[in-house]
Design a binder for this molecule. Structure first.
Ligand code: COA
Ligand code: MG
Length: 287
């Protein structure tokens, strides 16, 4: 499936060391998987996790789910070996953590096949400041918000409304949108058994413009997939907007009115995007 048009509603982290979770993920309704070698894997387990993950990727069975490998930073003692072992194991995307500037991305790009897309963890204050340059990097096709690391580095507090992170969240979405075709993924919701809290945070991230959310547990998938998919009423409205606009154009008018709201060409562009997303989700579900 074309990486530019596929859905990225739910992006599940799986520790590369956890055999059972790696296997279980072959059955989960997640759009993408981040196979993690970084923070979810303890230092003493890194070497074994690389091999476990390599085997899981080579065995595959993950269907249409995007396979994203998160390596350790290249400034750490593990990063280069992560790349060496996993470079040709079957990943769709490499995800680089602790990025501060575009040259950090260059360092990984130099080690990978030129066709391998790179996603970046947006999780340091400097990275957020330099978000436009990082998103504009030729090899970067996705930004993943690291809200826990950002909260730690900023010294801010966790709040349900995420007010202390709002500037960062918006900068990340803006940077992705300023570089066409770059995917923007929201951070994780730590209280993974709290479905109501997750739903509220998903809806907030969606309303801010994120394409999807990173998850830590399978029980978060369904809520997230629903929140980031167009609703029935949104689909219905999109169809009616397109039809009304076409009708008004045919009668020589530039705009239409639907449900008491103006419909201009730009609304039609958005409506078509909604329907394209519905198609992409349907394709994902069709095995
Ligand atoms: N991906 C796939 N499967 C997962 C999973 C994940 N992220 N997290 C849990 N599961 C599986 C478990 O393997 C278990 O399967 P089993 O019943 O077949 O053994 C099942 O889901 C239930 O797990 P549960 O007992 O509810 O979770 P836990 O208490 O063992 O683990 C966490 C909770 C948070 C430690 C675990 O979900 C996890 O490691 N998440 C990923 C953390 C991560 O990657 N962090 C880095 C980025 S922030
Ligand atoms: Mg992090």
């Amino acid at each position: 499936m074309d990486l530019a048009t596929r859905p990225y509603r739910s992006v599940l982290y799986i520790p590369g060391s956890k055999d059972r979770a790696l296997d279980k993920a072959r059955m989960l309704q997640t759009d993408a998987i981040i196979f993690d070698l970084e923070d979810a894997v303890a230092p003493e387990a890194k070497a074994e996790a690389r091999e476990t993950l390599k085997e899981a990727l080579q065995t595959d069975g993950y269907g249409k789910r995007a396979k994203i490998v998160r390596i350790n930073a290249l400034t750490s003692q593990w990063g280069f070996e992560d790349v060496r072992v996993l470079r040709d194991a079957g990943a769709d995307i490499f995800l680089l953590p602790k990025v501060n500037n575009p040259t950090d991305v260059d360092a990984l790009a130099d080690l990978l096949d030129p066709a391998m897309p790179i996603w970046v963890m947006m999780e340091t204050p400097m990275c957020v400041f330099r978000a436009p340059e990082i998103a504009a990097h030729q090899r970067v096709t996705g930004l993943v918000t690291g809200t826990n690391d950002l909260t730690k580095d900023l010294g801010c507090r966790y709040r349900p409304d995420r007010l202390p992170l709002m500037t960062a969240l918006q900068r990340i979405v803006m940077a992705a949108r300023a570089s066409r075709g770059v995917v923007a993924i929201d951070g994780v919701y730590n209280r993974f058994r709290d479905g109501d809290g997750l739903k509220a945070e998903c809806e907030q991230g969606r309303d801010l413009g994120f394409d999807g959310k990173t998850l830590i547990h399978p029980m978060q998938i369904e809520v997230t997939n629903t929140a980031f998919a167009p609703s029935e009423s949104e689909i219905d409205l999109a169809r009616r907007q397109i039809a009304a606009f076409e009708e008004s154009q045919a009668s020589g008018q530039g705009v239409a009115v639907v449900d008491g709201q103006i419909v201009e060409n730009l609304h039609v562009v958005a409506a078509n995007r909604t329907l394209a997303k519905v198609d992409a989700i349907a394709q994902m579900a069709a095995e």
